[in-house]
Write a protein of this length. Sequence first.
Length: 211
Amino acid sequence: MSAILEQIKENLMKGKANDVKALVTQALKEKVGAADILNKGLLAGMGLIGERFKKNEVYVPEVLIAARAMKAGMEILKPALADAKVQPRGVVVIGTVKGDLHDIGKNLVGMMLEGGGFKVVDAGINVDAAKFVDLCRQNNATVIGASALLTTTMTNMKEIVDTVKKSDLAGKVKVMVGGAPVTQAFCDEIGADGYAPDAASAADLAKKLAK
């Protein structure tokens, strides 16, 4: 049984989407548990890609094709996960802050979060504080991931932190921030709950914040 999970992991890391689909289908036929396929196959492979990405052993293109292979596997696995009542680790609302139209970093973070077992609600770009909060309410999210690539827009992150603190979600929803100009010092200054320097670290941080 563990051989097929190992194959799923290996093929995912190579970005072989069709092979991952076929292997997940085969694993389900062989009555491998949906949670095992998810955790020991798909997420294990994505986790390793995340670690390598942090160490600069792989780069964005490798992460993207691995994530695509994971999505392909998830399409096959989703009905089985629902039947087995496997819950996601949590729900994270991600978006690029108001005034900012960059989305590559945000999309990478979304993939890493999915690779970490989260359900991701992507608010898109140019997202104001009220929309982040509304989406958290609608989706029972416990974490907001806000991204900014411009020094002029990163100040809008403070508004997100303040809006959460003034709302009924205070104490229930954590805000993590990231993006090229953002630093730990800036995160502390605006009172956000966490800062991540890259996509793989963002997924690790979300796991801590979602507990």
